[in-house]
Write a protein that binds this ligand. Structure first.
Ligand code: HEC
Length: 114
């Protein structure tokens, strides 16, 4: 009986361990992309897309505006540039890593919670 209890305890402990490891491994997937997108926009876009800037009426200073303009932001930074789709920022492409973050954020819904 004692052996069995020991065996069960080991199985229980192992199960708890495996479950908690799995949970840790999944954690990065729940990391939000929005804060990264916002940081990219603050660093590369708001100098023009803010009150008084040359990029108005597109104003990217609030979370709501970024979400509302998600499709436009993705088009201007990720999609192929054309006369009807100006590349942003105007002085050159964002780094590939930033474009990937914006594209992924847009595909996942383009809101503040993904
Ligand atoms: C140097 C100033 C400047 C910077 C920096 C800049 N923009 Fe712009 N942006 C403009 C101007 C000017 C326009 C208006 C272009 C036009 O209609 O000719 C514009 C237009 C846009 C538009 C509207 C396009 C459309 O279809 O109407 C979007 C969206 C946009 N910018 C997003 C961004 C994003 C996102 C960034 C940062 C990655 C950025 N911009 C950085 C100046 C800037």
């Amino acid at each position: 009986m004692k052996k069995m209890i020991t065996a069960l305890s080991v199985i229980f402990a192992a199960t708890v361990f495996i479950i908690s490891c799995k949970h840790d491994a999944m954690a990065p997937q729940t990391t939000l992309l929005f804060p990264k997108v916002k940081a990219i926009i603050q660093a590369n876009c708001v100098e023009c897309h803010s009150p008084g800037g040359q990029g108005l009426p597109v104003n990217l200073t609030s979370d709501d505006a970024i979400v509302q303009d998600a499709a436009l932001i993705k088009a201007a930074t990720v999609d192929p540039a054309s006369p009807r789709n100006r590349r942003m920022p105007p002085n050159g492409d964002l780094p590939e890593a930033d474009k990937t973050i914006i594209a992924q954020w847009f595909e996942e819904g383009g809101t503040t919670t993904n």
